[in-house]
Design a protein around this ligand. Structure first.
Ligand code: BGC
Length: 871
């Protein structure tokens, strides 16, 4: 019999004196970003968290005010919006309902909250957002410009005069494929790379904005841009043939610099034919091939006023892309970490292999001194041959065999000469752990190189660690694989394809949401999914696409659309994306339902991809996904209060469930289809199993896992098996298959030296894929036990259900929920079990201590300790 004690430990956060309010709204966000400076939603969404020293804190009401000036907000006047006191516990997805916001507007805001007893917090600190450009006319006379010529990357420059001191200046720009913007002698935002983003450029092109007030000066100034080809002008010939994209054209940019002077007047500088253009050191840049840079051709001082531009030509005005200009809703791709190499070897004279000790996406920065014209070549790879040379046959396979042979993941740097030089590529990236360097002047050391991990700037929002080092390494590998594949879209791998394979993204979405503040990247990618959809609901297996991969139905991949919308609502509790995409989701599900025969999906399609030894017929998984999709759409219809669609899609889910059972249930064996782990777990997890069959199906799954002793699925089953085992009370068995070191399994990869997750159990393909990454979600939600409560979106209510299984002696996890940080940390001390948790303000946790007879305990916010006796 278990004895458990719930001891309550109130925690003084320590910021609040006796005079101050005991709670206050913090972490003010607009559109899920701290202080966004180019919002193009008419009604931006606001959110906040609460800081308090009080336990069991709940919000009963809020008041938001938004002012057009700092003075206004200081005086507590919301000239743009005053929500008034709203009785509501909500602090996420609060929609602005004030005066229409003009382009480039400044908005200051703050919030006051009331607790359950009706006491108020006083005002929060001031938050801010700025509006972007909302209409094509907001770009004034700005034109798309470039040089229109094949060949090296175009440089663009424009000098202009400022007549007086500047109060505020904003630079809005979009450069396709990529633009590095410069102002008065340097990049506008040092460290930020590869802006704006990758979309279907025929539908939407993304702009960014920068506050450049401090970079401007009285008198003559110089604005500039360097343009990369990116996904807009793909000229590398690979299987997906992006060189055929209808949007393709030579790089071009549009820009408008809006200047407000201190004397109240305003002015703008726009991109047009008065700009000048030249070519410089970037001789080639390609998304798959890499970059060639000849430093002898650098245009020293080109981005400063007074530069002699006599050899530059007038910029060419080029056609605007077909897509509409829209603000990029997510952070840019940045360098998140600089990695010092682990070792350098010289397997052949003059061939140096740099080992970064970590597989990642990004660049290598090279520092060297050499005579002018020295050409150094860098080729990137995930593997080494036995002889110590790089091996790339698994990842270069989709490059077409052209004549002359195209480079692949290769950079070439030609020295300027005359001193120390530092360089890294800017317009593409590679996926690698190893780098082969040839032509290096002298003998390099690790100090000549740095790895530069490039990915969308997603802040960490979760963690996991436990007493088993193997699992900690799997967690590490998952996080690196996730970030490596967060490249303004969700990609499959950073080396071979760099494509937005939808199945990979949907399978990793929950792990991504538990580990990272990735909301805005999912919101961005949902726009891409919207753009990829046909009127009849069909979509594409890679998104964005110019056409490759689109048109045919692949339910397990296409379901990314409903799944990601559903996951965003489940994990973040904001209904905005549901409202925005609901009609599209219906169109997709309706389209798929039309393709069924006797209620099941009758054609072969992508299914439980890269299985170990047992394949699951793809019609089984496809039909299961239809049921899941219909269930999600019914749930989302309920969120929107749309009872007609609740009924319609509940009926579709029920009909699909019946058809699935009619087609695939084997009464004699008590299994679905061939009884594979994937078929059984998927049927259970997606709600296809009638009540009276559940036990048999679960037992059959357990029996197969026990008999084989390992996971025997592809990517779909790998996600579902772990959850279904845990939900059925067999986390011990799930742990066994995750913690094993033999093949197949995550642990075997780690034993082979993996530092990111691999594409397949056999280790035959890419070594940096994320589609097996839900294991990290399982670590956090099951082993450490921070569990989503399906009835309570955004973790307003959640479970703490630690699972002290196997040889684990401790485990801990955190998750930064929309209401604040949730933490769960447990340890075993002989038979004694200790648990420490943090419940954020405005939330309630249902704590289930280990042991079959332990009753759930409801606890409010605060830090708490529990202990229990294990059997
Ligand atoms: C990609 C996968 C993808 C699959 C589907 C592969 O080449 O790398 O991650 O989902 O194709 O066919």
């Amino acid at each position: 019999m278990l004895v458990h004690l719930a001891t309550l430990a109130l925690l003084a956060v320590g910021i609040l004196g006796s005079e101050s309010p005991r709670f206050v709204a913090i972490n003010l966000r607009c559109e899920n970003l701290p202080e966004p400076s180019y919002v193009d939603r008419d009604a931006p969404r606001l959110s906040w968290k609460t800081q308090t020293s009080e336990a069991n804190w709940h919000q009963s009401a809020y008041r938001v005010i938004v002012a057009s000036s700092q003075a206004g907000i200081k005086a507590d006047t919301g000239d743009l919006w005053d929500s008034g006191k709203v009785d509501s516990p909500d602090s996420v997805g609060i929609v602005y309902r004030g005066k229409p916001l003009p382009p480039n507007a400044l908005c200051f805001w703050k919030v006051q909250t009331w607790d359950a007893e009706g006491r108020d917090s006083g005002w929060s600190q001031v938050g801010k957002w700025e509006m972007g450009l909302l209409q094509p006319s907001d770009w004034g006379d700005a034109k798309w410009i470039g040089n229109g010529q094949p060949g090296p990357a175009p440089f663009l420059r424009k000098e202009f005069n400022l007549k007086g001191p500047v109060k505020r200046a904003r630079l809005f720009a979009c450069g396709l494929g990529y633009a590095e913007l410069h102002l008065n002698g340097g990049p506008v935002s040092p460290g930020v790379e590869r802006d704006p983003g990758y979309t279907n450029f025929d539908k939407r092109v993304l702009y960014v904005a920068h506050d450049v007030t401090a970079q401007l000066k009285l008198g003559q100034n110089c604005l500039g841009a360097v343009l990369g080809t990116g996904w807009y002008d793909v000229h590398d010939i690979a299987t997906w043939h992006f060189e055929k994209a209808s949007w393709r054209g030579r790089p071009r940019a549009i820009a408008v610099l809006k200047i407000e002077y201190k004397d109240g007047t305003a002015e703008q500088v726009v991109s047009d034919s008065t700009w000048k253009t030249s070519i410089g050191p970037i001789l080639t840049d390609g998304i798959y091939t890499g970059e060639t840079y000849d430093a002898r051709k650098e245009l020293t001082g080109w981005d400063k006023s007074g530069y002699k531009e006599s050899h530059w030509s007038p910029a060419t005005v080029l056609d605007a892309p077909k897509g509409k200009l829209a603000a990029c809703p997510c952070p840019p791709v940045i360098i998140g970490e600089t990695i010092k190499p682990f070792a350098i070897h010289e397997p052949k004279p003059g061939v140096f292999i740099v080992d970064f000790g970590q597989n990642f996406s990004g660049h290598a920065q090279i520092k060297l001194t050499g005579p002018a014209g020295t050409s150094v070549r860098m080729r990137y790879s995930e593997r080494l041959n036995k002889d110590g040379m790089i091996q790339r046959s698994e990842i270069e396979t989709f490059m077409e065999k052209t004549k002359p042979v195209q480079p692949f993941q290769t950079d070439t740097y030609v020295c300027r000469g005359g001193g120390s030089e530092t360089w890294e590529q800017v317009f593409s990236y590679s996926g690698f752990r190893y780098m082969e360097v040839t032509g290096f002047p002298g003998t390099p050391t690790v100090d000549n190189f740095r790895g530069r991990f490039a990915h969308t700037d997603l802040k960490s929002a979760g963690s996991f660690a436990c007493s088993n080092e193997l699992l900690n390494k799997i967690q590490h590998a998952t996080r690196y694989a996730y970030l490596s594949n967060a490249q303004n879209i969700f990609t499959d791998c950073p080396q071979r394809e760099k494509n937005g394979w939808t199945g990979d993204a949907q399978l990793a979405a929950e792990a991504g949401l538990m580990n990272f503040d990735s909301t805005t990247l999912y919101e961005k990618w949902l726009n891409d999914l919207e753009d990829a959809q046909f009127p009849d609901g069909r979509t594409s297996i890679i998104v964005p696409t110019w056409g490759w991969g689109s048109g045919n139905s692949h339910p397990a991949w296409d379901s990314a659309y409903p799944i990601v919308v559903g996951d965003l609502y489940r994990y973040r509790g904001d209904r905005a994306m549901v409202e925005k995409h609901f009609e599209h989701l219906k169109r997709y599900v309706d389209g798929l339902a039309k393709l069924t025969k006797d209620g099941v999906v009758p054609f072969d399609s992508l299914g439980d991809w890269v299985p170990w030894s047992t394949e699951t017929p793809s019609q089984v998984t496809s039909t299961a996904f239809l049921c899941l999709d219909a269930t999600i759409v019914a749930k989302l219809a309920k969120v929107l209060g749309n009872s007609i669609d609740v009924e319609k899609y509940t009926d579709l889910a029920a009909a699909t469930k019946k058809a699935f059972n009619d087609a695939y249930w084997d009464e004699a064996k008590g299994v679905y289809s061939n009884g594979s782990q994937c078929a059984l777990s998927t049927a259970l997890y997606y709600g296809l199993v009638p009540e009276d069959r559940k036990e048999r199906v679960f037992n059959a799954l357990v029996a197969d896992v026990e008999r084989q002793g390992h996971i025997d699925t592809g990517i779909i089953g790998a996600k579902n098996v772990l959850r279904v085992l845990s939900e059925g009370g067999r986390t011990d068995l799930a742990y066994k298959i995750v913690a094993r070191k033999e093949q197949p399994g995550w642990g075997w990869w780690i034993e082979q030296g993996a530092t990111t997750l691999w594409e397949d159990w056999k280790g035959e393909s890419s070594l940096n894929h994320i589609m097996f990454g839900d294991v990290s979600n399982w670590f956090i939600q099951w082993l450490a036990g921070i569990g989503l409560d399906e009835g309570s979106p955004g973790f307003r209510r959640f479970f703490i259900r630690p699972q002290p299984v196997g040889d684990l002696t401790w485990a801990k996890a955190t998750h930064e929920s929309p209401y604040g940080e949730i933490a769960s940390s447990w340890k075993k001390d002989g038979k004694r079990f200790h648990l420490s948790i943090t419940v954020p303000p405005n939330c309630t946790a249902t704590v289930i201590l280990p042991g079959s007879d332990s009753k759930p305990i409801q606890v409010g916010s605060g830090k708490r300790e529990f202990s229990a006796q294990l059997p």
